[in-house]
Design a protein around this ligand. Structure first.
Ligand code: AP5
Length: 215
């Protein structure tokens, strides 16, 4: 089974993908994570990507595609993947169709998680993470007990979780990514999910859908 998570920044794609990964043994592939890793390693791709990420712009398609195809070639992807953050525009969706065809695979379910933008802004401004182990926190829904994580790492804010960049990320979503709803609706794999609820409630719907599809 291969799943795709669609939704605006902060809609909960990553949070739901993590839960699916744990329960169904699929591999979560977040292009945002792949890019942030490249940035932290200061690779040539990372240095290039950083300019776009910090402004909330989409990183050039060919750069994201290089990182993604490298990751998809790893043997652990054979059991099925949850794509989180890819595709981000129709061009990337068409490229993905080509890649999947080559491997005789398909996307079985596209979860489209929707919430009002005001809520998304609040969530993103409140998001924190551990610089050492990557554990996620949220100052509203899941605050850390101190300025340090349980592992001893410092708790930080993602560099693109600031007002100006969040605004641009949401604008970019509307222009480039939202058309994918129609793209996947036509392929009859789209499932709309009300994301303006608690994480476990949303996940219940996700699980029911997966079961209905026979997995
Ligand atoms: P990426 O890392 O993909 O960021 P994003 O799309 O902006 O998504 P987020 O990770 O911010 O949100 P999410 O929907 O995963 O929500 P989450 O579960 O984390 O991309 C970053 C950048 O990389 C892009 O801007 C772009 O520059 C580049 N990039 C990435 N992919 C690309 C591509 N394919 N092409 C080109 N460029 C690309 O939740 C957010 C917070 O809310 C958390 O604190 C969480 O705990 C909380 N939360 C989640 N759900 C709920 C809920 N139901 N109730 C309360 N709180 C919740």
């Amino acid at each position: 089974m291969n799943i795709l998570m669609l939704g605006a920044p902060g809609s909960g794609k990553g949070s739901q993908a993590e839960l699916i990964e744990n329960d169904y043994g699929l591999l979560q592939i977040s292009t945002g994570e792949l890019l942030r890793k490249a940035v932290s390693e200061k690779s040539a791709e990372g240095i290039r990507a950083d300019v776009y990420i910090s402004k909330g712009e989409l990183v050039p398609d060919e750069l994201v595609l290089k990182l993604l195809t490298e990751r998809l070639n790893d043997p652990d992807c054979n059991k099925g993947v949850i794509l989180d953050g890819f595709p981000r525009n129709v061009f990337q969706a068409e490229l993905l169709d080509g890649i999947l065809e080559k491997y005789r695979k398909k996307i079985d379910i596209v979860f489209n998680i929707e919430s009002p933008f005001e809520i998304l802004k609040e969530r993103l401004l409140a998001r924190r993470m551990c610089a050492k182990c990557g554990k996620g926190y949220n100052m509203i829904s899941n605050p850390p007990k101190s300025v340090y994580c349980e592992c001893g790492g410092e708790i930080i804010r993602r560099s693109d979780d600031n007002e100006a960049t969040i605004k641009n990320r949401l604008d970019v979503y509307l222009i480039s990514t939202k058309p994918l709803i129609n793209y996947y609706e036509k392929k009859e794999v789209l499932v709309n999910i009300d994301g303006n609820r608690k994480i476990p409630e949303i996940y219940q719907d996700v699980k029911v859908t997966i079961k209905k599809k026979g997995y």
